[in-house]
Design a protein around this ligand. Structure first.
Ligand SMILES: *Cc1c(COP(=O)(O)O)cnc(C)c1O
Length: 461
């Protein structure tokens, strides 16, 4: 075991150190070599060293450099050193982190991490929280608490009776909500399509004047951080409306919620603390390994009512927090350990710095494109930049060439009808030098495909 784990650690270190010099996207040869995994299941034992050698030699080159400094796709952070190392140690512990009495170490670390999260995000200290697999699961979990509460106020026990015969719930959602929120609504029996969609502005923000007069059980889903533009819904207006009609306000802040940890972004986050529930991802801007999402619910009891489980064989009785009373899962890895390690190593100022730094780099990208005559489609308020290199075909060619070059990686999107390259700066590992190097390559590749023209003035008319 010792040799195996030591050589594996060395392999992992070599992998991470190699990221700076290899192509961010895996090469076609590396992908072709994956065929070597495609063999019949062996009949007999193989020694673990051989298994790991195969995994590293074939598997590692076929990965995309998401852990590196110049991956700007989706909204994907790397793993902070403390978080990665904590993940290794916690994997060695192999704790089934459902119940405090069985796994007090991981349960207590999660309880402490939850307290720190509520503190650093300025959310109510008594809120309940769940360590789940991602923002999809966090939205699902928080909305289950919402469903519980709005129906319980209408005299209905949804956990006991389900939705058959229940008073209808109205769901209000921005037209630019993330697709996984619709999925969460579908899983909860609230329907992906049975929603009132609020029209949005040119940044994807809900238009508060379009919120309809409503009564009865209502759940409003707002967004902190649009996946394309980074824009925040006007939370103050939406929360005032929610209060007025007695609705539950949920906020999907998969990456944007982390802006709450950064005083310089307070203009975006004002009013966020007034919501009833919040979903975010630790595997995005807190830079812990996948899978790590977080659900917070103002009334901890509502979350507990939706999620708690009991059985004679489970030692659930304790004065301490049982993780499984707050999560959809029973058996579960102690993913809060990495959250604890990330927060313990960054501290309050380290977290604010990480987020602020990424936002500055996004500004720098936008300035660089603008100066070269390319149109930046969004107001760069956070860590997201949308840039167009001309028509859809040209922009897509530039994106493909940038990905093939391998210096950095960014994906494509269509924003309100316009094809764009989407840059998301979300990793602790990214430096100013990485941004300059990437920008230079992007502009060089774009110049080959396009004749830059100053389009910004024209589009402002
Ligand atoms: C990433 C994201 C999600 C989905 O998160 P997963 O962790 O992939 O489940 C939901 N909403 C928003 C706004 C996101 O950015």
């Amino acid at each position: 075991m010792r040799n195996l784990l030591q050589t594996t650690a060395t392999r992992a270190i070599d992998y991470l150190e190699g990221l700076d010099t290899r192509s961010v996207a895996p090469t076609a040869e590396a992908i072709a070599r994956l065929d070597r995994f495609d063999e019949p299941l062996p009949d007999h034992l193989t020694d673990p060293e051989t298994v790991l050698q195969l995994l590293d030699e074939i598997g590692s080159p076929a990965t995309i450099g998401m852990a590196g400094a110049r991956f700007f796709g989706f909204v994907i952070g790397g793993s902070l050193p403390a978080a990665l190392a904590a993940n290794w140690l916690a994997s060695a512990w192999d704790q089934n982190s459902a119940l405090y009495r069985v796994t007090p170490g991981t349960a207590r670390l999660e309880q402490i991490a939850l307290g720190w999260l509520l503190d650093v995000l300025h959310l109510p200290a008594t809120a309940g929280g769940a360590f789940v697999s991602g923002a999809t699961a966090a939205n699902f979990t928080a909305l289950a608490a919402a469903r519980h509460t709005v129906l319980s106020r209408a005299g209905w026990d949804v956990e006991g009776q389900g939705l058959f015969g229940a008073p209808p719930i109205t769901v209000v959602i921005g037209a630019e909500a993330h697709p996984t929120l619709f999925k969460a609504l579908g899983l909860l029996g609230l329907g992906r399509q049975r929603v009132i969609k609020i029209p949005v502005d040119h940044q994807g923000r809900m238009r508060p004047e379009a919120l309809p007069p409503l009564a009865g059980p209502t759940i409003i889903c707002a967004q902190a951080g649009n996946i394309n533009t980074g824009a925040f819904d006007p939370i103050r207006e939406v929360s005032a409306y929610a209060r007025q009609i007695g609705a539950w306000l949920h906020v999907d802040g998969a990456f944007g919620l982390w802006a709450l940890a950064t005083p310089s972004l307070a203009h975006l986050t004002r009013g966020l603390e007034r919501a009833d529930s919040w979903a975010t991802d630790a595997h995005k801007w807190l830079n812990v390994p996948y899978d790590s999402g977080l659900a917070f619910v103002r009334e901890a009891e509502a979350l507990r009512a939706a999620m708690a489980v009991a059985a004679d064989y489970l030692p659930t009785v304790t004065a301490q927090r049982n993780p499984s009373d707050y999560t959809p899962e029973l058996s579960r890895r102690g993913r809060g350990v990495e959250v604890w390690a990330a927060l313990r190593s960054l501290g309050r100022s380290g977290l604010a710095d990480l987020i602020e730094r990424n936002c500055c780099y996004a500004q720098r990208f936008a300035e660089g494109f603008d100066a070269a005559g390319y149109e930046v489609l969004n107001d760069v308020v956070l860590n997201q930049v949308l840039v167009s290199f001309g028509d859809a075909a040209t922009t897509n060619r530039v994106i493909a060439d940038i990905q093939a070059d391998g210096t950095c990686w960014a994906g494509g999107t269509v924003w309100q009808g316009q094809t764009a390259m989407r840059i998301s700066v979300s990793s602790w590992a990214t430096t100013g030098a990485d941004v300059e190097r990437s920008l230079e390559v992007m502009l060089r590749i774009a110049a080959k495909q396009t004749k830059p023209v100053q389009v910004r003035a024209a589009s402002a008319v």
